[in-house]
Design a protein around this ligand. Sequence first.
Ligand code: ADP
Ligand code: GLC
Length: 467
Amino acid sequence: MNVLHFSAECYPIAKVGGLADVVGSLPKYQNKLGTKSSVIMPFYDNDFARENSFESIFESSTKLGSTSIDFKILSLKNNTLGFDIFFVDIPELLFKDYVYSFDDTDRFLAFQIAALDWVIQFESKPSIIHCHDHHTGLVPFMMYYSHNYKVLQNVPTILTIHNAQYQGWFSHDKLGFIPEFDMKHVGLLDWDTSVNSLAAAIKCVWRVTTVSPSYMEELKRNANGLESLLSHESAKCSGILNGIDSDVWNPEVDDYLIKKFSQKTIVSGRKANKKWLCDHFGLNINKPLFAFIGRLVGEKGADLFPEIFDISLQKNDISILLLGSGHDDIEHGLESLKSKHEGNYNAYIGYDEKLSHIIYAGADFLLMPSRVEPCGLNQMYALKYGTIPIVNNIGGLKDTVVDVSEKGFGFVHQEASVEQVCHAIERATSFYQNQSEFKKIRTLIMQIDHSWGASAQAYIDLYNTLN
Ligand code: ADP
Ligand code: GLC
């Protein structure tokens, strides 16, 4: 079975968040189960492009409205990723030092069109086209209704929704960018008053998956305007929990760590990583260390942090460390707390892959007060590294974390509010005082299996129902 994944991100090539981690690992694990899965993505101007060699395997030109665009399809030379990867190279639109920006409509439309122009000339067509998020959401519509792509009409399509908050809206002025189709089908592209790429995908695709079962249910009640559409299409929708790449996220082999460790060496291993963090950020190693890693946006509950941290640091003898970037006002609020709580709090505002691994390995607790969390990978990484998660009871967090009061291994609060998160931090702080119980739980959580095996197979089972 030949599966072609369409995505804007893929680790280690270009990563903004968890979408990259999933698209950079799911195909590898699918291949281990016997499929031939590959990825097509835009060619960005980043370290990966500079540090690797590529070969042009197809060259053509296409149209974005009345503008002619020359493009190449590149393949990666000396590929060790575990799956084939192809890139759409359109220098003037895609070769940028960012993944997302203000001009996403034109960029991702051009990406989808060029990729399909390439696919239609394959001698043997893919068995499945698997689209990820709204950036690739017009592919199912174009495959079915654009005259150019009619040869792909019978190829089954899957959409995985990693995040329904973002939907790829654009105005009808740009309808002409979509390769010619019969205007009687235009309603399939619309939602409310604009073209909506995610809605179009949900309507046209053969099957929809979300990245956790609970998120699928939540979307029927809260999907940033698409609730009724998802309820209407629920017969073709299902939730498949993400897995984690145990070649990358495994403290026994993780080269980013100050010291690698297993369940047997957890005490010394975690201590060395915590010591490095505390030395580096001016914190006290003897206090329980609470951490956050992620995008500083409302979805993650990050706007609550300045108040949560201020209250919690006054009430409890703890340390807090944050790694993230996002909204200016949140960043500013987090920076300005530094002087007040020097020695107990620090924040690195920015993106740092290595530091994130050391935090998973050295912090005692990981905070995730998300308001929306389709799956969440951070809590699964934390578990694998023996860091106890403190999460809001939603989406993938609900599906992966059980409270200690219910014979579980984490702290679950029922709302993303200052009060509830502060209360959860207090509970965790007193839990930390019982060091034998604390150490028992953190060794136990390292054994929870969130590797891709079962979920990669669940996708293959879904593909099989369509072929
Ligand atoms: P989302 O995709 O919504 O941001 P996920 O939990 O699925 O959330 O995945 C986030 C991924 O991005 C994880 O791999 C996390 O470690 C990483 N990440 C987020 N922010 C940062 C940062 N500032 N520095 C390093 N890694 C980060
Ligand atoms: C999205 C979601 C996150 C999920 C990730 C990977 O970015 O916000 O919850 O883990 O995609 O599927």
